[in-house]
Design a protein around this ligand. Structure first.
Ligand code: AMP
Length: 221
């Protein structure tokens, strides 16, 4: 959990392989659907462009389908230990939808990590953000630059800015986060699941803090 620009995507890319988890980013799934021009993409596109949340029923169904796919992968013995959610849940309805989708599979949320960054730092982080349109990897002009300017380290594709990283969409997305998503933290805090990590630090330092939280929760690298 964390506001836009807190570093959820960057950290999830590092933590998921470290702990043999599948990185499940709803934002990335929606962006891929838009790029591939699927039926889901056609529905999601307007919401993404405007910086608004995709409706809960569509988002929960997408996650449920993904969980079914992951369950099949695990059943085939691929060594996956679970999922790391990035950008989900974002509303009360999604949090409850997730509980139900996990309960029917005899699974549960084992830990919730909030990456906390002061609001005034978020906008500068978002406005310098770059993304690889091919594999979804995220970079930052200043805080996390690619090795060669504007080129993805992994696949060599030219990096772009996200369509929703415009000043208007950034403001709208942050308002939605503080109105609808931040209150969810209380739901997880009251269940003893929430740990807050300081996200206003070097990327490696934040990764290590999160890794330690997961180890304390019983996960192994
Ligand atoms: P993100 O990459 O997490 O910033 O997500 C990008 C965009 O995808 C958001 O601004 C929403 O339009 C959509 N989106 C991602 N995750 C969700 C979610 N859990 N619920 C609703 N919309 C979402």
């Amino acid at each position: 959990m964390g506001a836009q620009g807190a570093g959820k995507g960057t950290q999830a890319e590092r933590i998921a392989p470290m702990f043999h988890l599948s990185h499940l980013s709803t934002g990335e799934l929606f962006r891929s659907a838009v790029a591939a021009e699927t039926a889901l993409g056609a529905i999601a596109k307007g919401f993404l462009d405007r910086g608004e949340l995709v409706p809960d029923d569509i988002t929960i169904e997408l996650v449920d389908e993904r969980l079914a796919f992951l369950a099949a992968l695990r059943a085939s013995g691929d060594g996956l230990r679970g999922a790391l959610f990035d950008g989900f849940p974002r509303t009360d309805a999604q949090a409850h939808g997730l509980d139900v989708a996990l309960a029917v599979r005899d699974e549960r949320v084992s830990k919730v990590v909030e990456i906390s960054v002061p609001r005034d730092r978020l906008v500068s982080r978002l406005s310098g953000r770059l993304v690889c349109p091919n594999d979804g990897l995220t970079y930052h002009l200043v805080f996390n630059p690619p090795k060669a300017a504007y080129v993805c380290d992994r696949c060599g594709t030219t990096l772009t800015q996200r369509a929703d990283d415009t000043p208007e969409a950034i403001e709208k997305r942050l308002s939605i986060y503080f109105a609808q998503t931040e209150p969810l933290l209380e739901y997880y805090r009251s269940r003893g699941l929430l740990v807050v990590v300081d996200g206003d630090a070097e990327i490696d330092v934040v990764t290590e803090s999160i890794a330690r939280v997961l180890e304390d929760a019983g996960l192994t690298r």
